[in-house]
Structure formats: C-alpha cells, structure tokens
Design a binder for this molecule. Structure first.
Ligand SMILES: NC(=O)c1ccc[n+]([C@@H]2O[C@H](COP(=O)([O-])OP(=O)(O)OC[C@H]3O[C@@H](n4cnc5c(N)ncnc54)[C@H](O)[C@@H]3O)[C@@H](O)[C@H]2O)c1
Length: 325
C-alpha cells in the first residue's frame, strides 16, 4: 500500500514537470546533462543524428531517442515542438576547425536550426542555450562580465553568438556562456584544452603550447549539467538573462594550466610554440559572480578534474575517435 502510494506520487511528480527536448543530447555535454536530468525524473526526448557515429549510450536509458537531423523541418514541426515545456538546443558543429571545414552546415545547424525552433514554439516554452565565451577576447587584466562585448572571429564563435542573439529574442530564455569544459563523458572529447593536455601527458607526448600566456576560465562538466538543472528549477528568477559559467577562482593561462597538470602527472612535457595562433584569440579573465549571486554553487575543482581525467582517459576503449577535429 505504502509502495503503491509512493509510485503514484512519483508518477504525479513526473507528469507535473515540464517535458524536456534536448537536441545534440548524445554529445559530450549532452550525455552528462541527460544523466543528471534522468536522476531528477524528467521526461526527456533527445534528437541527435549521431554525427560522429558515436555509440548511443542513451538508448538504454529511460528516454525517447530520435535519430533525426535538426535541419529537418519536416520532422521538427510546430506541433512537435509545442509538446515540450523546456528545450535545450545542444546540437551543433562544435569548435573552429570543424566549422571551418563545413561552413554551410555550421550555419545551418548552429544558427538556422535555432531560428527554426524559436519561430515554432509557443511564447511560454523555455529555452536554455549553451554559448561559448570565446570571443570576449579583450585580454589583459580586465575582468569580462556578461555585459562585455563578444567579438568572435571564427565561424564557430560567430554562429554561436548569433544563436544566442536569436534565443534571447524569445522572452523565456537563458543563455549559459561556458568556460572551457573539462571532465569525463560517455561521448569523450579529447580536443578540449584540459582533456587534451592530460591525454597527451598520459601518452607521454610532448605538447606544444601556442599563445601560452592567454588566459582562460574553466568549468567541470558535471557543474555544466547541474547548471542546466538549476536553470530549469529556478527558471523564473533566472529567465531572460545571460550567465557566465566557470570557476570563479580559476582563471589561468595555458602555461599555468600545464604546470597544474604537471603537479599531478610529473612526467608531463611541454614546450612553447611562438608561431601558431588561436582562431578566436581567446584571452580573457572572466567573472562568474552573476550566476553565484543567483544561488548556483559549483562542486567541481580543476585539481579533482585532472585526477579524474588521469584515471578516466587511461580506461577509454582504444581505437575510437575522441575528437571533433
Ligand atoms: N564542450 C564545450 O567546451 C562547450 C563550450 C561552450 C559551448 N558548448 C556548446 O555545447 C553544445 C554541445 O557541445 P559538445 O561539447 O557536447 O559537442 P559535441 O560535438 O560532443 O556534441 C554535439 C552533438 O550534436 C550532434 N549533432 C551534430 N549535428 C547534428 C545535426 N545536424 N542534427 C542532430 N544532431 C547533430 C552530434 O552528433 C553530437 O552528439 C554545443 O552547442 C556547443 O556549442 C560546448
């Protein structure tokens, strides 16, 4: 009897919550975000075309998985979109090199498909978008906050900033400007700065560091997933705002980062490359006070993240592609 009541209550709670649509949910961030939302009993639909032929770990979970392309307007209709209370559009070609190599697709996936979503949802549908903070790029010792101008240079950076502009024109939206993400995911990416350095350290390769003094801000992948949950749960106080999302006390140059990794993996070797350039000239110190003032707290630390990567990367199955490049 008590058990039945608990089950009924659970069912009620589940259906009382917004239904969530996540595009690109089988990606690096998507896997971890979906896992966090499942823990909270949300009803989740994922659209992902498995662009990297990645194994779809999500199918075994309790979600509705649609192997669709976000560009397919015949499938992603007004009727379909209106059945969701929250939309998290993650699907994108992510990173400067892949966008440079596929410029038309980058525009269609990263920007045009977002416009299609915004054009076809009702005014009370909530959208939470991840943007990149590449493009603050003012360098020096000045802190960037959410009002600092974003001037991305790469096609990737431009497509994301444009998608943020589109999403924020919908009066029920939040944009999270993510710092450089680190940590393990079921769809692993080793092309992200911290993950890449740790992977090279493990493989005993010497890393060439270009733009070594450029400052970056960092965020643990689980905190990204927690922030999406936090936005859903605190939507009314967060909505119609843009938030930086990174560890407030971790603004480090690439050389400082390499030295942090060396403390944990002492064999890590790196040398300075004076010639290569960062396509988005990402050199910034970011303040994350706004999201902290809205009550969000971070659980991850760079140090623990490096330790986790040091174990996790060693256990990755060999022979799979772990990069967007
Ligand atoms: N990882 C980061 O450091 C970071 C930082 C800032 C913003 N973001 C944003 O977060 C989102 C997810 O990034 P990620 O790191 O998980 O990248 P990812 O490449 O691992 O994930 C992208 C996902 O989108 C899917 N996809 C690509 N094209 C598609 C299409 N046409 N239709 C359907 N699905 C498609 C891919 O299969 C993949 O699962 C992106 O929007 C990215 O711009 C990521």
């Amino acid at each position: 009897m008590i058990l039945n009541l608990a089950k009924r209550e659970q069912k009620y709670l589940m259906f009382n919550k917004d239904k969530i649509l996540i595009t690109g949910g089988a990606g690096y961030l998507g896997n971890v975000i979906v896992r966090e939302l499942i823990k909270k009993n949300y009803e989740i639909t994922v659209i992902d075309n498995l662009y990297f032929n990645q194994k779809n770990y999500l199918e075994s979970c309790k979600i509705n998985f649609l192997k669709w392309d976000v560009r397919d307007a015949k499938l992603i209709t007004k009727n379909f979109l209106e059945s969701f209370g929250v939309i998290i559009p993650l699907a994108a070609l992510v990173g400067a090199p892949i966008c440079e190599a596929n410029q038309k697709a980058a525009y269609e996936i990263n920007t045009k498909s977002i416009q299609h979503i915004v054009n076809n949802i009702s005014s009370n549908t909530k959208i939470i978008l991840p943007n990149t903070n590449s493009g603050y790029g003012i360098g020096g010792s000045k802190y960037c906050d959410e009002s600092s101008p974003l001037n991305p240079i790469s096609i990737y950076g431009k497509s994301k900033v444009e998608s943020e502009r589109i999403v924020m024109s919908h009066k029920n939206s939040i944009s999270l400007r993510l710092a450089t993400v680190f940590g393990m995911s079921q769809r692993m990416r080793l092309d992200l700065l911290v993950n890449h350095f740790v992977s090279e350290a493990i493989n005993d390769n010497e890393v060439e560091i270009f733009e070594g003094k450029f400052m970056r801000n960092y965020v643990y992948i689980l905190d990204v997933a927690r922030a999406f949950c936090y936005c859903i749960e605190n939507f009314d106080k967060m909505k119609n705002n843009v938030f930086n999302l990174g560890l407030e006390d971790v603004n480090l140059s690439k050389i400082d980062l390499a030295n942090e990794i060396k403390k944990i993996i002492p064999n890590f070797k790196f040398k300075i490359n004076e010639f290569d350039k960062d396509p988005d000239q990402r050199n910034y110190i970011v303040t994350n006070k706004k999201i902290l003032e809205h009550g969000f707290n971070f659980v991850g630390s760079l140090n623990e993240g490096i330790k986790e990567l040091n174990l996790g990367i060693r256990n990755l199955p060999k022979g799979e592609k772990y990069s967007n490049i």
